[in-house]
Design a protein around this ligand. Sequence first.
Ligand SMILES: Nc1ncnc2c1ncn2[C@@H]1O[C@H](COP(=O)(O)OP(=O)(O)OP(=O)(O)O)[C@@H](O)[C@H]1O
Length: 512
Amino acid sequence: MDQVKQQPPPALHAEGVVKRFGQTVALDGVRLTVRPGESHALVGRNGAGKSTLVGVVTGLHRPDEGTVEFGGAPAPAYGDTAAWQSRVACVYQKSMVVPDLTVAENLFLNNFQARGAGSGRLIRWGGLRRRAAELLAGYGVDVDPTLRAKELTVEQRQFVEIARALSFGARLIVLDEPTAQLDARGIQRLFTKLRELQAQGVAFLFISHHLQEVYELCTAVTVYRDARHVLSAQVADLSKDDLVAAMAGDAARSAGAWHAGKDSAALARSEPVLKAEGLALDGVFEPIDLEVRPGEVLGVAGAAASGTVALGEILVGMRAPTAGGVAVRGRYVRPGSVPDALDAGIGYIPEDRHLQGLVATRSVAENATLTVADQLGPWGTVLPSRTRAFARSMIEALDIRTTGPEQPVAGLSGGNQQKVVVARALARDPKALVAVRPTAGVDVKSKDSLLGVVRRVADEGGAAVIISDELDDLRVCDRVLALFHGRVVAVFGSGWSDRELVAAMEGVGERE
Ligand SMILES: Nc1ncnc2c1ncn2[C@@H]1O[C@H](COP(=O)(O)OP(=O)(O)OP(=O)(O)O)[C@@H](O)[C@H]1O
């Protein structure tokens, strides 16, 4: 018999996939082919259809048309969860493990029957732990299987979820913005692990708005735009400008890497809009003084454990400090009081729109105006016409992809939900806007307009604080404080280099 050397069948092949949600066509005949051992990026603007495709190829959404194959064989029936688990898994930004169970229990959850016939319902815990330790070691994952899932770092949790998927037999793993909550070193450790697994033939579908990560990690890329397939290419053959142009559908505008940089002498003469004195949170950050003057955008840079997010939460009244206080234009703000912070003119763009941001079942218009109900009509009544008018202006300004102001936010893509959170923060014309990683999950093209909106709050005489470890977020700032383990380790005016700022956030070159 002739031995014809054949290419192995693709790890995933989807063809002609159509998915509608009511009137919305989320996928319009798209295709995607991921080869074994490949790291394949799926990119596109907010609302392009990426998450919907992930839902279709992980068995969550039944497509209206089209086919899905794994390793050349048709996908399992929709609803047969165990069969889907043995083909593909998705590691989401949100943890899918059970927080109160141990790593070992999470690894074998739903999989007890796989431990051999005859064991019945009896679970042998010692054996379970041993097998978990073997499994983790087999994939080079250094995590104690007796820890509870809630005790894991984001990075460890992702590794456990990947090991769990592989133990079910899956050879395709979808990673949805996996670096969103990792610091620079965590990202490098994740990428190293992914490369090791790729070398063993595991394929990855990588969903990300970070194009530099696509170039660093991925070998192939597919672009969707407005629910359609635009191109698939080898990453090495595609320039970044061409990639952005394919996503945006028109000639790529330059990302406008502008350092703002205000006249520091003029700034120093004006009274601060936002002032914090001796602000501290025991065990999280040491006393810190802040002054943000009219027209100024202050950046607060730091990695996950730096204390920057807690600082932001204190500025907006979500947490009380252990010492110090905050004032807006000289008006003292009651510590730990969100209503008082709002009254004082503080606006807030939280990082986690799921927990703090939105009411999923309410409309875009209602969510965008949740904090301004008292301003929209007499005696607190909300006039629907005004709510809609404000929402319409925001939909336009922020390029929110929606069927209209009445659409429930649950039906928006993740990035478009984030824009609604931003709209809500702007609804009150805040004097001081505090934004935590405002562009998380927002596509490359929308990032500019969103940061421009934050910048405008300052340009109109207010002040803004951007808390982030994203260099692109920090570029719009006039001044950047870098925190490391709760201490300000560096202050930059305009003109910092990426390398300097990253080094400061990483605590490199810190002086005692
Ligand atoms: N459950 C749903 N109900 C109604 N419409 C939906 C639903 N899920 C998604 N859509 C719509 O389908 C389209 C594609 O959304 P999808 O979440 O796939 O985009 P995405 O590319 O993942 O965007 P993002 O980058 O913002 O996460 C959007 O117009 C969205 O509003």
